[in-house]
Design a protein around this ligand. Structure first.
Ligand code: FES
Length: 160
């Protein structure tokens, strides 16, 4: 089955689960598509808007408002740099800047080769270990720029 057919089938399944014109279905539909596809496209948002009888810009606005919805899929290695107050005071800004330079991507983006994505996130709940980062869900507490460069360097050599 081709990607377009898979997407079409997913939408048909979701649209039979969440009735047409019921606005309450918006977030759950977007969540299920996000989970299944990894990101949302303009085509998807338009189809959802038509099904729920909502303006496309409203659907886009909701998707853009919540961090959980992506318009580009995460990279194979998703790096999150905590920018909560504790980590901010602990140097998260320079850490983030260093990763941006090292990977040549800005926070909120994915590298062209799809290997890395970078995101600044709110408190990860480990403020006593600031600054904290996470790579694909694995946390690295009290990390400094040099350690982070080494970790990323090792990942770069592995390439998936
Ligand atoms: S501020 Fe970074 S873990 Fe809380």
């Amino acid at each position: 089955m081709q990607q377009d057919d898979i997407m079409e089938q997913l939408l048909l399944d979701l649209f039979s689960k969440y009735p047409a014109g019921k606005k309450e279905g918006l977030i759950p539909i977007l969540q299920e598509i996000q989970e299944e596809k990894g990101s949302l496209t303009g085509e998807i948002l338009t189809a959802v808007a038509q099904h729920l009888e909502l303006p496309v810009n409203k659907v886009y606005g909701v998707a853009a408002f919540y961090n959980q919805f992506l318009f580009r899929p995460h990279g194979a290695f998703h790096i999150q740099v905590c920018d909560g107050t504790g980590c901010h005071l602990g140097g998260s800004v320079s850490l983030l800047t260093a990763v941006e330079k090292f990977l040549k991507i800005k926070a909120g983006n994915t590298s062209r080769d799809g290997q890395f994505s970078l995101e600044a996130v709110p408190c990860m709940g480990a403020c006593d270990q600031s600054p904290v980062i996470s790579i694909n869900g694995e946390r690295y507490p009290r990390i400094n720029e040099e350690e982070l460069r080494k970790i990323i360097g090792v990942i770069k050599e592995k390439k998936v």
